[in-house]
Design a protein around this ligand. Structure first.
Ligand code: PLP
Length: 389
C-alpha cells in the first residue's frame, strides 16, 4: 500500500491523456449511450459493461469509490447518498426474516431508530448491550448473524475493541459491521481488523468541509460488494455526480486534516481536563480515559471529537452562546470547530431511558475540533467558560 496521502491525492483519479486532465471530470449524465459498442469503452466495474444509467454507475462516482477503497485498504468501495443510506442499504442487503443481530446502545440516533423500530418489522431480532460488555466478549453467541458496532461512540467517545471483536467474529463465522465515522479511515481501517464491512458518514471527516452529505461502505468480499451494489440500485441511494466530485476533492486532504485535528483535539482535551469550570472530559487520547489502552491498540490517532461536562445546564448554554471562533452547530470532522449540546441535537430523539442509562445530560457538550490554530481555540473556550459562575 502506498502512503495514505499519496493515495488520497492520486488513487482512483480518472485521467485521460487525450484531454490531459489532472482532475477527474464531473460526469453530469443521468444516462449514457446504449448500446455502446465503441472499442475500449470505459467500463462500469459493477456491471462489467459500459456505463448505462447513473443510479447503476457513473465514472465520477466510480473514481470516488476507488479512491475511498484505497484509503480503507479495501478491495471494494461503494458510495451512497448519505451515511444513513450506506447503513440501511448494507444491512437490508444482508439481513432477512429470522436473523438475529447484536449491537450496542450507544448508537448514532437514526441508526438506533433503524435497529429499534425498523428491523423488527421485517422479522429481524435485535439485541442491545453496552459497548463495555461487547468489549468483554462474554455475551456473544454464534446464533447471531451480525454484530454491528460504532468504533468510537457518540458523545461519550467509548472505543470498541475491534482487535478482539474481529478475531471473535472471524472464529464464529459471523459478520462484523463497523461504523467508523468517528475514527475516519486515517485513524482506523476496520477491514484490517477482519470487519466484513466498514461504514462511514462521509459527511464528516471524509468530505471534511461541512458542505456535502454522503456515505461510504467498503468490503474485501466480492459477494458483499456485488450484493450491496445491486440493492443500492434498487433502493436508489447513490450520490449524484456533483456530490461525488466534491467528496473526491475533499478526500484529497483527509490525512492532512485529520493529523492536525488529532493534534488540536488532544491539546484541547488536556486544557479542558485542567479547567476549573469543567467537571469531566471524554477523550480516548487522554491517559485518564478508561478507553486509552484500547484506543492505542486500534486507532492511529484519537480523532477530533472531545466531549466535556460543565457544572450546570446554565453554564453549557453560556458556552454555546459565547464561543466566537468555534461555531455552535451539530456534525463533526470538518475544518471548522463546532460545538453542540447532544441533548438538543444528536440525542434529542433518543428514548429517555437510553439517554438516562448513558448519562447524557444537559451539562454535556460535544466539541468537534477543526484545523484552526489551537491557541485560538483554547482562548475561545477559556473566554466562553469564564462566563460561567
Ligand atoms: C456515527 C454516525 N453514523 C452515521 C451517521 C449518519 O450519517 P449521514 O448524516 O451522512 O446520513 C452519523 C451522522 O451524524 C453519525 O454520526
Amino acid at each position: 500500500m502506498k502512503g495514505f496521502n499519496t493515495l488520497s491525492v492520486h488513487a482512483g483519479e480518472l485521467r485521460d491523456k487525450r484531454f490531459g486532465n489532472i482532475i477527474t471530470p464531473i460526469f453530469l449524465n443521468a444516462t449514457f449511450l446504449t448500446p455502446n459498442d465503441t472499442d475500449n469503452a470505459y467500463i462500469d466495474k459493477i456491471s462489467g459493461k459500459p456505463f448505462l444509467y447513473t443510479r447503476n454507475g457513473n465514472p465520477t462516482i466510480q473514481a470516488l469509490e476507488e479512491k475511498y477503497a484505497s484509503l480503507e485498504n479495501a478491495k471494494y468501495g461503494l458510495s451512497f447518498s448519505s451515511g444513513m443510506s450506506a447503513i440501511s442499504s448494507s444491512l437490508l442487503s444482508i439481513l432477512k426474516n429470522g436473523d438475529k443481530v447484536l449491537t450496542i446502545y450507544e448508537l448514532y440516533g437514526q441508526t438506533l431508530n433503524f435497529f429499534l423500530n425498523l428491523l423488527p418489522n421485517y422479522g429481524v431480532k435485535v439485541d442491545f448491550i453496552s459497548i463495555d460488555k461487547l468489549n468483554e466478549l462474554d455475551m456473544i453467541s454464534e446464533k447471531c448473524k451480525l454484530i454491528y458496532v460504532e468504533s468510537i461512540t457518540n458523545p461519550k467517545l467509548k472505543v470498541a475493541d475491534l482487535e478482539s471483536l474481529g478475531k471473535l467474529t472471524k472464529d464464529l463465522g459471523i459478520y462484523l459491521v463497523v461504523d467508523a465515522t468517528f475514527a475516519s479511515p486515517y485513524n482506523q481501517r476496520p477491514l484490517e481488523f477482519n470487519a466484513s464491512i466498514s461504514i462511514h458518514s462521509g459527511t464528516k471527516y471524509i468530505v471534511g468541509h461541512n458542505d456535502v452529505t454522503i456515505g461510504f461502505a467498503s468490503f474485501n468480499s466480492e459477494e458483499l460488494y456485488k450484493t450491496i451494489a445491486e440493492k443500492r440500485k434498487m433502493f436508489g441511494g447513490v450520490p449524484d455526480p456533483l456530490q461525488a466530485y466534491l467528496a473526491l476533492r475533499g478526500m484529497k486532504t483527509l490525512g492532512l486534516r485529520v493529523e492536525r485535528q488529532n493534534y488540536n483535539a488532544l491539546e484541547v482535551a488536556k486544557f479542558l481536563e485542567n479547567h476549573s469550570k469543567v467537571k469531566g472530559v471524554y477523550y480516548p487520547g487522554l491517559q485518564s480515559s478508561p478507553y486509552f489502552s484500547i484506543a492505542k491498540r486500534v486507532l492511529k490517532g484519537f480523532g477530533a471529537v472531545v466531549s466535556f461536562e460543565v457544572k450546570s445546564e446554565e453554564c453549557a448554554t453560556k458556552v454555546l452562546k459565547n464561543v466566537k471562533v468555534i461555531q455552535a452547530a451539530p456534525s463533526l470532522g470538518g475544518v471548522e470547530s463546532l460545538i453542540t449540546r447532544p441533548v438538543d441535537t444528536s440525542h434529542s430523539s433518543i428514548p429517555e431511558e437510553i439517554k438516562k442509562a448513558l448519562n447524557i445530560t444537559p451539562e454535556l457538550l460535544r466539541l468537534s475540533v477543526g484545523i484552526e490554530d489551537v491557541e485560538d481555540l483554547i482562548e475561545d473556550l477559556d473566554k466562553a467558560l469564564s462566563s460561567c459562575a
